[in-house]
Design a protein around this ligand. Structure first.
Ligand code: ZN
Ligand code: ZN
Ligand code: ZN
Ligand code: ZN
Ligand code: ZN
Ligand code: ZN
Ligand code: ZN
Length: 1754
């Protein structure tokens, strides 16, 4: 196929060889009708280059179009060789000051929180790094694609608009006309070319005929060649399209995926090429298949020449974009051409494109949008002209967009952000084009569905209207851009146009005022939850707009006053029917009366949406802040206000909330509850709840407080309770209906709270005399009074402005202290202690839950400080003049009446129908009033100014009924009431306040009098009181601490405690034995040897091991003949230690695992939680789990965190993931050395005789092969040496249950390790067990080194148990395998060291991991030894094995690990001369044997150093192995890190510390072996390619290095393209932390088939890189991903933290992130200790939703 295509293109090339671009251009220069000539040229060549077959060939198309089409254009344009001409242009170019870098999807962008004009102003990474902002507080996000860098735009930045690179050159004036440097001819030619080509492109892209071309472009010859073109839509899913395509054009699934991907990316793709009939047929199939539920996919059958011209049109636009980069002059000409109107005022080309935008396919739109960005938006003059055109077309473009189904990023309307966010342009468009009004009107026009009063009605929206509603919301975004920075200077025209826009906005708000009204449901529950979300969505979207409107108004007094008037008119208009149908009534109480209407929230319609009155409230506060309000309040338009009208609707809304709290609206369902929730929520409250409260304050400040309160009482439907003459009594009696009483209690509480808020909330500038930041400080203080909080929690609790800023950073340090996080958790802010006194229990933004948490926390704090527990109200700032009269509410008669009533109810507890909360609120109100009085007295110097005399009023007896006790008297009574213990402190505080105020009054009235003795007395009483309290508090604290300590001791690692409990018996025995030996005199220690005939043996009686089963709690002794005890274990494949991740995975069926390669590329790791069970108890447990799982799967299709079918289960005690069990075995009894054991030569001799005998016996046993060839060999029958009995079948020492468990674990290791089906007969079963033992020991040895822990004594006992069981299991597993198979393994293993002519394919020693060899030799030897009765001891054999392997390893190290250049400085004063000499000698022997392939090293010190370092891990591993295998205690020197490690190890392993002695002591034996090793054919091969050699010591693998700054990763990922779909951006770039590969995750394009299933790139990668386990970083999400197998996974906190000590999963907050090395090390440790799978298991158990995720598709 490829060959055929290249033939075609070369044929084409030949055809066009004679073409000369220069000549063509020359011809054009002469032409009289240039457009015609050029069109002729295009008509001739375009169809010959593009679209010649079913498969496009971009390379040759590009080449040819460059040659035949672009080249002549460039020649014509330059008038000379284009490369020369363009270079000249480039020289004269004045580079734009704007960076203009267009962002790729996922590229990092930066915005400065301090300097950016708005959050849409962003920098590219390069500019950012060269800017001043990198030292500021910045925000980092990833781009969604599109948009460009704002570097150089002076309007975008308050400070530092240029980076170093784009700093303008001051010498050249930027005002200069770019055309000044260009010749007139060139200008003319450029004009010609640009206008022809741009027109051509516009014509072609907007062309809608399928079979015809514009005039002048008809091809000379026309064939029956068509394309079936499939277009993108957002309705059909990927799967639908893929399925349909497979049917319609009969392609493979892969091709269909590729088509679908391209359609999604480019917006269209030809899916079939051929004659018309052929394409038409495909079209009808597609349409038929996709039209069932929805509108069909769009398909067109287009003539190939049309498609060809469209392809070239795109190319031409790209070319234009490319060529204007050479010169600002060219750019300007293109802009001019584009915006020029036709001769008869027709639309300009730019207009034409914009207006056809929604008809074009995605690919075309992208290309012309980019051209706009690089031309029109980069030229400051034309940007303005373009902006005007854009604004003029605005309404039409938006309407097209609303109907279009493409996302906004593919729409021309998306360019609004580039234009409207430039303040000067936005201002110009408002004044010149009335943009603000246009946007608002367009928006309102799209929401036509209204009710009779003209209000929005979302309830009856159809799906399509709902869709439209979603899209039209983007207009609000545009409005936000326009308003985002308010003007600093106003012109009259701007005022006019702004107010016109404000009018339009009021029209919008009027449609919202009173929408979605609710009526209380009584009797029946509502049938259907009414729709409420649309209205709230609108409210939320408009929240910032409303705030910005107010900001604009606030910046100009004239505008403010005008807007206020307009708003008032609008409100009056809305409520023209304010009293409609409602009867006027008169309320009287406490000698006051007021006229109002009869209205009950609980019976009539009420709406939560009141944006007009809330806007008025906002403007009122702004007015109150102005100077006019202070100096000439009479000039404000306040006279027209009707306070009762102002408060009416906000009050109804607040009463509604109270009634909902009181449970009166239960039957109205959740929609109302949700609305109330949002009304108070931080996202909405600024323009909802807060403003309603302000409106009440504004209204009340203009009314008689008694009147205000009476109206409030009436709306709360409580008036009748408090107005009756005997209200103090009556309430008690009215207990007819318990529900009603309960409701009324809650309502009274809510109403009292409302009064507190009306009087007490003065922290907005304009209401109280405060600074702007005071409000924020107070908000933070009250959040932190609940509990210490993380930065992100605080941000969530604070309202954000339109720039997504809370302003918190400016004030946080003045109210809070920061505490850094540890390795887990996050940083927290704590309240500064001195701020606690500002705590207000009735803070208006507290929810009830917040309030009780805060109350508890603050009381606790006070107790801890030894203070009383009263939480009195805080001191408040004074009101602004407009609101000053509000304080009088506190001392008005109606309130005093209410307070008295509640107190009276509290005095008579028998009544019962009052609540403590009610009393608490009353006390708080009294406290507020007293503080107010105190404040007034302290701040005023003149007595006459003090209008507030609360103390006097509460001392007077009540009026009605007469002679009731005064409030003060009631309080005094309550002070001693036993049922009010909790409030005692508060009452006491109030009484003290009263005394002190009275004293103050007396003092001011009657000159300074001496302090009364009573006062003194009181003082001392108080002191005593305090001291006593303090002492009690201290005692309580101590007691608490003690209890806490006990508790935490008990709770600490509950599981560990249990584990220890269960293992106690085992440990005790171990401890008792080892204690007696370990700490015996040191002379004994020196003889501590773990291997060989001299090894340590448990003296005296056999050690008994008794353990307890965690399931049945019975004790059991570990004996060969007893019931089996097992450890829960988890076997997993591992590549953690791999030194070669490129090695392809083994083929499980044929892989021979006998020899482990030194690169350790794949291993089987076994871990255990250390929990012991009876094997039969475990079996019963496992069967139960299986049965349960089956039932569960039938019932609901949920998965568990473990895979029962694969033998997985959770440890019944600790829930640790396990997949098998290891049997616990006793020490193998070995007879003590009988007599002298043979030395190495003799022993080798005996062994080889035994082997020969075995070999001939095995051959005889094979009946099939005995036919021909073996006949001759059979003759060489080797008689077995003395004492070796071939016919002896050893007796299996183990009980049947142990044997069963031996098989179980062996099979599991085999199955998991090789990824095969279980087969207990497979000869590889024992090999896998030995391998797993060796691999696990090696991995633990590495871990100890990495953690800098000593070899012994630091492992948790579960690992010791696991290793012990593994080693002993390894030496016993042969008993359940075929004897001759194991013997054969042994023979092959030994032949790697001692050449054996009978064994073929023995590996070269450089290809063998020596530790694995040692372990396998030792463990497999038992199978040979069992037939030996000559007295040869196992111990002797073990010693000889370790000697042999050690020498081989020495050779291996010297051959692979001696550096060619000595970089290390030799340390002087070495004392190991003997070692150095012998190693030199040995090295030279090797050199002689191998010739030149070894480098020259003469330094013995260096050689010895290499050897020691290289072999140490092997020796440490061997020590661990023999310690566990033989149960030998460990030498104390290895329990600590120290210099003596080498010597101790050597002696423990019975090795000379000069290891070379092993060789020289038996040179006669070793010399031939050495020769054999060196002459192995593999040896030379290995040494010739040193890059594949593994050198020793093998370094521990680490996770990859991560950059310090997270944005470096984002940047890296943004330039990463999907490796499968030719340069496409990857949606979810994911980094493998093990090997550093970047993957295209979670995407169709990179799915591959693995074991017959489609899996995502990550899962596929884990099988290559991590044997099924993977650790990834999802770069866009900033999230670590753990994967195991195909079905398991979890997310894990990333190792990146922001400055506040928090991670940012999902990159939502955008704070700069930095690498936290500690946390990264923690992840690395999890990996190194093979705990990833376990971690996933725990995460999934804790969070069931994780189980449902399709991990395999990531
Ligand atoms: Zn930039
Ligand atoms: Zn820059
Ligand atoms: Zn900055
Ligand atoms: Zn048991
Ligand atoms: Zn466990
Ligand atoms: Zn990897
Ligand atoms: Zn991909």
């Amino acid at each position: 196929m490829a060959a055929a295509e290249s033939e075609v293109s070369s044929a084409l090339c030949a055809q066009f060889l004679s073409f000369s671009a220069k000549d063509t251009a020359a011809k054009w220069l002469q032409a009289t009708d240039l457009p015609k000539e050029v069109y002729l040229h295009l008509a001739r060549y375009v169809p010959k280059i593009y679209c010649l077959g079913p498969n496009l060939n971009p390379q040759s198309e590009d080449l040819l179009s460059q040659l035949l089409l672009q080249a002549p254009l460039e020649w014509y344009l330059c008038g000379e060789e284009p490369s020369v001409g363009l270079a000249k242009l480039e020289q004269n170019n004045q580079p734009s000051q704007l960076c203009g870098h267009v962002f790729k999807v996922g590229e990092p962008t930066y915005s400065c929180r301090e300097c950016a004009a708005d959050p849409t102003c962003v920098l590219c990474m390069q500019c950012f790094l060269g800017s001043v902002h990198k030292e500021h507080r910045y925000r980092m996000t990833t781009s969604g694609g599109g948009g460009f860098c704002d570097c150089g735009d002076t309007e975008a930045w308050k400070k530092g608009p240029y980076c170093q690179k784009h700093e303008p050159n001051i010498s050249d004036s930027s005002q200069e006309d770019p055309l000044a440097n260009m010749s007139a001819e060139m200008i003319a030619r450029t004009y010609n070319v640009f206008s022809i080509i741009l027109k051509y492109a516009v014509d072609m892209l907007t062309w809608d005929k399928e079979d015809e071309l514009p005039q002048g472009l008809e091809p000379p010859e026309r064939g029956d060649t068509y394309y079936c073109m499939l277009f993108n839509d957002e309705v059909h899913t990927y799967e639908q399209v893929i399925y349909t395509l497979q049917k319609a054009v009969s392609c493979t699934q892969k091709e269909a995926v590729s088509f679908a991907t391209t359609v999604d990316r480019d917006g269209r793709k030809s899916v079939r090429y051929g004659d018309f009939q052929f394409c038409e047929q495909a079209k009808s199939v597609i349409v038929r298949n996709t039209s069932r539920q929805t509108k069909p996919l769009r398909v067109q059958v287009m003539h190939s020449s049309v498609v060809a011209h469209q392809c070239f049109a795109l190319k031409a636009l790209t070319w234009l974009g490319h060529i204007i980069r050479y010169s600002d002059a060219l750019r300007r000409i293109l802009c001019q051409v584009g915006l020029q109107k036709g001769p008869e005022g027709e639309n300009s080309l730019v207009d034409t494109l914009m207006l056809c935008d929604s008809k074009m396919w995605k690919g075309a739109r992208n290309i012309y949008h980019q051209l706009f960005m690089s031309s029109l938006l980069m030229d400051l003059k034309y940007k303005k002209l373009f902006a005007i055109q854009f604004a003029r077309n605005y309404e039409r473009l938006q309407s097209d967009y609303v109907k279009d189904d493409h996302d906004r990023e593919f729409s021309i309307t998306d360019l609004s952000v580039q234009i409207f966010t430039v303040p000067s342009l936005a201002r110009m468009l408002i004044t010149e084009e009335n943009l603000m009004t246009t946007i608002i009107r367009t928006f309102v026009d799209h929401l036509r569905h209204r009710d009779l009063q003209g209000r929005f009605q979302f309830e009856r929206y159809t799906a399509q209207q709902a869709f439209k509603f979603r899209r039209v919301q983007s207009l609000i975004g545009d409005l936000k851009y326009v308003l985002i920075s308010y003007p600093t200077e106003w012109t009259d025209k701007l005022r006019d146009k702004y107010l016109e826009g404000f009018d339009a906005f009021l029209e919008l708000l009027k449609c919202m005022q009173g929408m979605d009204p609710v009526v209380r449901q009584v009797g029946q529950h509502i049938e259907m939850e009414p729709e409420w979300e649309a209205a709230f969505t609108l409210q939320m979207k408009l929240t910032h707009i409303i705030s910005m409107m107010q900001e604009w108004c606030a910046s100009d007094e004239r505008v403010l006053i005008e807007a206020y008037k307009k708003c008032l008119t609008a409100l009056t208009h809305c409520h023209s029917g304010f009293t409609d149908g409602e009867q006027p009534i008169t309320l009287s109480m406490c000698g006051h009366s007021v006229d109002t209407i009869r209205y009950c929230v609980s019976q009539e319609k009420v709406s939560i949406h009141l944006p007009v009155s809330r806007l008025l409230a906002g403007l009122h506060v702004l007015l109150s802040k102005t100077e006019v309000a202070y100096r000439f309040p009479e000039q404000l338009p306040l006279s027209e206000l009707s306070p009762p009208m102002l408060i009416e609707h906000p009050l109804r809304c607040l009463v509604l909330c109270a009634q909902v709290h009181a449970g009166m609206w239960r039957r109205n369902g959740f929609s109302l509850v949700n609305q109330i929730y949002y009304y108070h929520n931080v996202k909405c409250r600024v323009e909802m709840f807060d403003k309603d409260l302000i409106m009440l304050q504004a209204g009340a400040s203009m009314m008689d407080p008694n009147h205000f309160l009476m109206i409030v009482l009436s709306r709360f439907e409580l008036f009748h309770i408090f107005s009756s003459a005997d209200c103090r009594k009556r309430y008690n009696r009215e207990n007819a209906n318990k529900d009603v009483v309960q409701q009324n209690s809650t309502l009274i509480e809510e109403m009292l709270h409302l009064i507190m808020m009306v009087v007490g909330e003065r922290f907005s500038a304009g209401i109280g005399q405060v600074e702007n930041c005071d409000e924020l400080k107070r908000e933070i203080i009250h959040q932190l009074c609940i509990r210490p909080m993380a930065h992100s929690e605080l941000v969530k609790a604070l309202p954000e402005n339109e720039n997504k800023e809370t302003g918190m950073e400016r004030v946080i340090d003045s109210v809070a202290l920061f505490k850094k996080p540890g390795v887990t958790g996050r940083g927290l802010y704590e309240l500064r202690p001195e701020c606690a006194k500002q705590f207000n229990l009735y803070f208006h933004h507290y929810s009830r839950a917040d309030q009780s948490k805060a109350e508890e926390a603050q009381r606790k704090l006070k107790r801890q400080n030894g203070e009383d527990s009263a939480l009195p109200p805080p001191v408040l700032p004074p009101f602004c003049p407009l609101f000053a009269s509000l304080v009088n509410i506190l001392q008005c008669d109606v309130l005093l009446g209410m307070l008295g009533a509640v107190l009276q109810w509290a005095v008579e507890p028998s009544g019962g129908h009052w609540s403590e909360s009610m009393l608490q609120r009353v006390l708080h109100l009294i406290g507020m009033a007293l503080l107010e009085e105190q404040q007034q007295m302290e701040s005023s110097c003149d007595d006459n100014e003090i209008t507030f005399n609360f103390t006097l009023k509460i001392s007077r007896p009540g009026e009605a009924p007469s002679n009731t006790p005064s409030i003060l008297a009631l309080l005094e009574t309550l002070q001693n009431a036993p049922h009010l213990e909790v409030h005692k402190d508060m009452i006491r505080w109030i009484l003290k306040m009263v005394v002190s105020i009275k004293t103050m009054r007396e003092r001011t009235a009657a000159a300074p009098s001496s302090e009364g003795s009573g006062h003194c007395q009181e003082e001392t009483v108080r002191d005593k009181d305090k001291a006593e309290r303090k002492r009690k508090a201290e005692m309580a604290r101590l007691r608490r601490e003690k209890i806490m300590a006990q508790m935490s001791e008990m709770q600490r690692h509950f599981i560990n405690e249990n584990k220890e409990l269960f293992q106690q018996s085992l440990e005790e025995l171990d401890a008792s034995t080892s204690a007696s030996q370990d700490h015996s005199p040191s002379s004994w220690d020196s003889a501590l040897v773990c291997v060989g005939p001299r090894r340590w043996r448990a003296g005296g009686g056999e050690r008994r091991q008794v353990v307890t089963c965690i399931l049945c709690q019975e004790e059991q002794e570990i004996r060969p003949d007893s019931r089996a005890m097992v450890l829960a274990a988890f076997v997993q494949r591992s590549t953690v230690m791999s030194k070669n991740r490129r090695r392809p995975p083994h083929i499980p069926e044929s892989y021979d695992p006998l020899f482990m390669h030194p690169d350790l590329s794949f291993g089987a790791h076994t871990g255990s939680c250390g929990h012991i069970m009876h094997s039969h108890c475990w079996q019963r447990y496992f069967e139960a789990v299986q049965a349960k799982e089956q039932r569960r799967q039938q019932r609901l299709r949920v998965h568990t965190s473990y895979d029962v079918e694969n033998g997985e289960f959770l440890c019944p005690l600790c829930e640790c993931l396990s997949n098998t069990v290891i049997p616990l075995l006793p020490l193998t009894k070995t007879s003590c050395c009988i007599g002298e054991q043979p030395g190495l030569p003799l022993w080798l001799n005996t062994i080889s005789q035994q082997i020969k005998a075995l070999q001939s016996a095995h051959r005889k046993a094979k009946p099939t092969n005995a036919a021909t060839t073996d006949e001759t060999k059979a003759v060489e029958d080797y008689p077995p040496p003395e004492g070796f009995r071939l016919d002896h079948t050893p007796m299996n020492p183990y009980s049947s249950s142990i044997k069963e468990m031996l098989t179980t674990f062996g099979t599991a290791t085999y199955k998991v390790g090789l990824k095969v089906h279980p087969n207990e007969q497979d000869p590889r079963v024992p090999i896998m067990c030995w391998g797993s033992c060796a691999y696990t020991i090696q991995s633990i040895e590495r871990l100890l080194v990495d953690e800098e822990k000593p070899l012994f004594g630091s492992l948790p006992c579960r690992q010791d148990d696991c290793l012990r069981s593994l080693a002993r299991f390894g030496s016993a597993c042969w008993t359940v395998s075929c004897l001759s198979t194991v013997q054969n393994h042994f023979i092959r293993l030994l032949s790697a060291l001692v050449p054996d002519s009978q064994v073929e394919n023995s590996p070269c020693i450089l290809d063998v991991d020596m530790f694995h060899l040692l372990v396998s030799l030792v463990l497999s030897y038992s199978a040979v030894h069992c037939q030996d009765s000559s007295g040869l001891s196992v111990d002797a054999a073990q010693l000889h094995f370790i000697h042999l392997v050690t020498v081989a390893h020495l050779v291996q190290i010297l051959l692979t690990s001696v550096p060619a250049e000595l970089t290390m400085e030799q340390e002087s004063g070495g004392v190991e001369h003997e070692e150095e000499e012998s190693v030199c000698l040995f090295y030279n022997t090797l050199k002689t044997l191998l010739g030149s392939s070894l480098c020259d090293v003469s330094s013995g010190w260096h050689l010895w150093h290499c050897v020691k370092a290289g072999i140490l891990p092997f020796l440490r591993g061997a020590a661990l192995f023999f310690h566990h295998l033989n149960g030998v205690p460990t030498p104390p020197d290895l329990h600590a890190l120290g210099a003596s490690e080498w010597e101790t190890l050597c002696s423990y392993l019975c090795l000379p510390s000069n290891l070379l002695q092993l060789y020289y002591n038996h040179q006669d034996v070793f010399e031939p072996l050495l020769q054999g090793w060196c002459s192995h054919p593999g040896m030379r091969l290995c040494l010739q390619s040193p890059e594949i050699l593994i050198s020793f010591p093998r370094e521990s693998n680490r996770l990859i290095e991560l950059p310090e700054d997270y944005s470096a990763l984002i940047n890296q990922a943004s330039s990463f393209t999907c490796p499968k779909s030719g340069g496409d951006k990857s949606r979810a770039p994911t980094l493998c932390l093990v090997c550093g590969t970047m993957l295209c995750s979670q995407s169709y394009c990179c799915q591959t088939e693995l074991e017959g299933e489609d899996v995502g790139a990550c899962t596929a990668h884990t099988f290559v890189c991590g044997a099924g386990v993977g650790i990834f970083l999802r770069v866009r999400e900033c999230q670590v991903l753990f994967l195991a197998g195909k079905t398991k996974g979890c997310f894990y906190a990333p190792p990146y933290l922001d400055d506040y000590g928090e991670t940012d999963q999902g990159l939502r907050r955008g704070n700069p992130l930095h690498l936290c090395r500690e946390r990264y090390r923690k992840i690395q440790k999890l990996w190194r200790q093979h705990s990833i799978t376990e971690e996933i298991g725990h995460a999934q158990e804790a969070n069931q939703t994780l189980v449902g995720i399709d991990w395999q598709h990531l």
